[in-house]
Design a protein around this ligand. Structure first.
Ligand code: PGA
Length: 259
């Protein structure tokens, strides 16, 4: 079904650098694919390690595939990099860009901006991750996210905004962050409202077509609350997406809620 009338919600699994083998990846992917029957209101995307994409794409078309990064050059002397076009050609339709774990390795807003433009040109839908590392008492984190949005989206063709998904992922709530804390749906909703405001001030009416989702240790227990009260169009799950049962539960919750 097209997105025409029903605005589909989206559940994205970020497998990160897991699992260890293609065999395990195929098993996990198949388990999720098997239990998905005729979803009408939910789009499911799995972002496995790049080298599993082509194989997984042959298992099922019910799940869309995404990469976890894409380089900004098309082709040429870029040792170790993979282009958006190459990812598209092996079956990827989405790409996570600017994840905090990549920013931690040195990626900056300018790199991410180039990657967003190149990925859009290659036909991929970018999932732009933004989010603060700490919530300071002076609310400087709003400005931090504002800068991420403005710099990452600078000069992006506004006609392509409907292809962009923004994932609000407060770094302090992500499962890999030491001493992490739980974010609440209220934390998400407040930031989603802020993101919408910044996007519309900076980029005009096209900005309303951007989907905004939440990520940061979402699981089958709090997914419903985030979907209902977090102001979001979907969820990005890391750890929970590595467990077929938990991930399926999140998908089912979304499908049941999304009227
Ligand atoms: P998590 O990961 O759900 O394990 O916190 C989310 C992410 O980092 O994208």
């Amino acid at each position: 079904m097209s997105e025409g009338k029903i605005m589909k919600k989206i559940i994205i699994g970020n497998w990160k650098m897991n699992p260890r083998t293609l065999k395990e990846a195929e098993k996990l992917f198949s388990a999720v694919a098997k239990s998905i029957s005729a979803l009408k209101k939910t789009e499911v995307v799995i972002c496995p390690p790049t080298l599993y994409i082509e194989k997984l794409n042959k298992i099922s078309k019910k799940i869309m595939l995404g990469a976890q990064d894409a380089f900004y050059g098309d082709v040429g002397a870029f040792t170790g990099e993979v282009s958006g076009e190459m990812l598209y050609n092996v079956g990827a339709r989405y790409v996570i860009l600017g994840h905090s774990e990549r920013r931690e390795l040195g990626e900056n807003n300018n790199d991410i901006n180039k990657k967003i433009k190149a990925s859009l040109a290659a036909g991929l839908r970018p999932i732009l991750c933004v989010g603060e590392s700490v919530r300071d008492p002076d609310h400087g984190y709003f400005n931090f996210v504002k800068t991420q949005l403005e710099e990452c989206l600078a000069g992006v063709n506004q006609k392509l905004f409907s292809k962009i998904i923004i994932a609000y992922e407060p770094v302090w709530a992500i499962s890999s962050t030491p001493n992490r804390k739980d974010a609440t749906p209220a934390d998400s909703e407040e930031m989603v409202i802020f993101i919408r405001k910044i996007l519309s001030l900076k980029f005009g009416k096209e900005a309303a077509t951007v989907k905004i989702i939440y990520g940061g240790s979402v699981n089958e227990k709090d997914a419903k609350d985030f979907l209902q009260n977090g102001g979001v169009d979907g969820l990005l799950a890391g750890r929970a997406s590595l467990d077929a049962k938990k991930f399926m539960e999140i998908i089912k919750i979304c499908e049941a809620l999304n009227k």
